[in-house]
Design a protein around this ligand. Structure first.
Ligand SMILES: [Zn+2]
Length: 402
């Protein structure tokens, strides 16, 4: 049991569920270990009645994976909550203090709103506005430590890739992917590949590692969508490969991106660790983006990256349809464990999905039956559009892939 050491070294403190006596046991963190970092803090937490993040996400994954018998106590690692000193590895102490104050007072001054982006429509002040992101950050920092000896960690609450050093940005108060990569570095892991398949460009992560020759960042994101960074020609000082994709991206197109760009680049880079941001907002039913993938596209990337490095951290990210997020991210856990996904869920699994409600969106009014009874979407194949071919050849040529 090394949790106390870890806490002290990384300025982490136990979250609410680990206080119940669950110890972090790292004895099995050898190359074969696959762990799930979660927390009860995400259950019932909401950014507010009209915010896209009013929906349950991580709690659905935990409940569904447990209902299916896929998540036992030996795999589950309760997420610690990062203390300010741990967050200060990347974030500005004044901003961290403002975030804590916002949680304590449940309001912010005009100055704080303007200076730190807190208390806006995107980044509102809500009940756990410090503890929830600090728990996400704590999980990612812990993952960096646990992966030192190799293995696989799934942390679906992570992936807040827009967070800036001194500013909340795009629903992200802290940037846990950056903190995960810095944590890996403190544990001696140098070469790190970061792959991001969220519908939005990871502007915060790119800012964190621009110009770093030991980081390879690859992002596939919808073109002309917020935050409007990550254009095709933009390479962050040689550290990033950005592929903006047109609306309606289909599974066939994503398969080509995977085989012609992502896998060869990662393979050639020979990373010591891979961090995958697996945002679920690039699927057809997501309300915030206009891409048209099925969850098969994500799962195939999750599986294909696994053999390319001895350490693998899979994070969540965006995703605003509670059924598609829960189904996709639970499937990720199955893929990481080599579990075959059943065609139809058993009644215990179906019950978890039937218990979800999604108020304030038309898609929540009459959900199709397969959102309750299955995990796997029907594939959404289609033609590969010429502009995608052009962009892939541009990047392949620039990166020397021929
Ligand atoms: Zn997103």
């Amino acid at each position: 049991m090394v949790s106390r050491q870890l806490e002290e070294r990384y300025n982490l403190e136990h979250g609410q569920d680990s206080a119940a006596g669950v110890a972090i046991d790292t004895r099995h963190m050898d190359g074969g270990f696959t762990g799930f970092i979660g927390s009860e803090i995400y259950r019932g937490s909401s950014y507010g009645a009209w915010h896209p993040l009013r929906v349950p996400r991580v709690s659905t994954v935990m409940d569904l994976a447990r209902a299916l018998g896929w998540l036992g106590g030996e795999s589950y690692i309760p997420s610690p909550c990062a203390k300010p000193a741990a967050l200060a590895h990347w974030h500005d102490p004044a901003y961290i203090a403002a975030l804590q104050k916002a949680e304590a007072e449940q309001q912010v001054s005009h100055e704080t709103r303007d200076c730190f982006g807190l208390g806006t429509h995107s980044n509102p002040v809500y009940g756990e506005v410090f503890r929830r992101p600090a728990t996400g950050a704590g999980g990612s920092i812990l993952a960096g430590e646990l992966l030192a000896q190799g293995g696989v960690i799934y942390h679906p609450a992570g992936g807040t890739h827009h967070g800036m050093p001194a500013r909340a940005n795009g629903f992200c108060y802290l940037n846990d992917p950056v903190l995960a990569i810095l944590s890996l570095r403190r544990n001696g892991i140098r070469r790190i590949a970061y792959i991001d398949i969220d519908a939005h460009h990871p502007d915060g992560v790119e800012m964190g590692f621009a110009g770093d020759p030991e980081t390879l960042m690859i992002s596939v994101h919808e073109e002309r969508r917020w935050p409007f960074t990550g254009e095709l020609g933009e390479d962050a000082g040689g550290s990033a490969v950005n592929l903006p994709v047109p609306r309606g991206l289909n599974d066939t197109e994503m398969a080509l991106i995977r085989e012609a760009l992502i896998l060869p680049l990662v393979d050639r880079f020979a990373p010591e660790a891979i961090v995958l941001q697996c945002g679920a907002d690039a699927v057809e039913e997501d309300p915030l983006s206009r891409l048209s993938l099925s969850n098969n596209a994500h799962w195939k990337i999750v599986a294909a990256l696994r053999p390319l490095a001895p350490r693998y951290l899979v994070l969540g990210g965006g995703g605003y349809n509670p059924w598609s997020v829960g189904r996709l991210w639970t499937g990720v856990w199955a893929v990481l464990n080599g579990i075959e996904i059943p065609d139809r869920l058993p009644p215990e699994g179906e019950a978890v999905l039937r218990a979800i409600s999604w108020h304030g969106h038309r898609l929540g009014r009459n959900p199709p039956e397969h959102w309750f009874t299955t995990l796997q979407d029907a594939p959404r194949e289609g033609a590969v559009r010429p502009e995608l071919h052009d962009r892939l050849s541009f990047l392949r040529q620039r990166e020397g892939l021929g």
